[in-house]
Write a protein that binds this ligand. Structure first.
Ligand SMILES: Nc1ncnc2c1ncn2[C@@H]1O[C@H](COP(=O)(O)OP(=O)(O)O)[C@@H](O)[C@H]1O
Ligand SMILES: [Mg+2]
Length: 249
């Protein structure tokens, strides 16, 4: 068996009295697109922050390509993080920087100083999100959908093998959401990228997910394919899919 790209084992996390993760175990393989579903406050964003090492588990382990990351020093962690791109929830751009400077930000943070190389990478990232020649614009000149795509360009600019998206569809109209989904699938298909996506947009789940993970009360409640999710007789899953409030997720 190949080593999973991400291996989360019995992860616990708490903030004061609040137990947020209560023993989460999950594997994700290279090249797949995994969607994480679940009610607000269920610990989805917190779980994602463990994958990029922004949070350390109180108990349990997080491995990336077989390497335990929950006890790494900042410098070693920075190395592992270079394999990952992240689109944060409400992933804001820096308003005072141009689109190009925004996208170049992770490269400069990572220590790249070769301006020619930076310009080339920024151009490549903008091409991937299908927004060529936008370097000189200011974020305020862009539509909401274009800003999301610039945020995605920033996530891909350091050529990660894994991209984490925290609610990339939030606040988007259906056409723009579809557009983002095409980009996500394109990254998987044509760039071999593994995608992990938190979303509430059910149409997108069925368009993009190879596998769905449903979190409830700090645990993995269910996992399976989108087809299995549709066919499931589980009341909580069905209520969630159809936006009914009867379930207590
Ligand atoms: N840094 C933090 N400090 C204290 N509480 C937090 C922190 N991050 C998240 N929480 C709490 O943990 C719970 C789960 O949050 P989160 O993972 O953001 O939920 P969601 O599933 O909506 O993404 C929430 O009750 C949230 O308020
Ligand atoms: Mg969240």
């Amino acid at each position: 068996m190949a080593t999973p790209l991400i291996e989360i084992d019995n992860v616990h996390q708490r903030f004061g009295e609040l137990e947020v993760l209560k023993g989460v175990s999950l594997k994700m393989n290279r090249g797949e697109t995994v969607v994480i579903l679940g009610g607000s406050g269920g610990g989805k964003s917190v779980l994602m922050k463990h994958i990029i090492g922004l949070l350390q588990p109180v108990k349990g382990s997080v491995k990336i390509e077989g390497q335990e990351i929950s006890n790494l020093k900042e410098r070693e962690l920075a190395e592992v993080r270079r394999k990952m791109g992240m689109m944060f929830q409400n992933g804001a751009l820096f308003d005072s920087l141009t689109v190009g400077q925004n996208i170049a930000f992770p490269l400069r943070e990572g220590g790249l100083r070769d301006e020619e190389e930076i310009a080339k990478r920024v151009e490549e990232a903008l091409a991937i999100v299908k927004l060529p020649d936008l370097e000189a614009k200011m974020p305020s000149e862009l539509s909401g959908g274009m800003r999301k795509r610039v945020a995605l360009a920033r996530a891909v600019v350091d050529r990660p093998c894994l991209i984490l998206y925290d609610e990339p569809h939030a606040g988007l109209d259906p056409v723009t959401a579809d557009n983002i989904d095409h980009l996500i699938k394109d990254l998987q298909t044509n760039h071999g990228i593994t995608n992990v996506i938190i979303t509430h947009e059910m149409r997108s789940v069925f368009r993009i997910a190879d596998r769905v993970v449903f979190m409830k009360e700090g645990k993995i409640y269910w996992e399976g394919t989108p087809e299995e999710l549709s066919a499931s007789q589980d009341q909580i899953l069905q209520d969630f899919i159809h936006g009914r409030s009867a379930g207590s997720w």
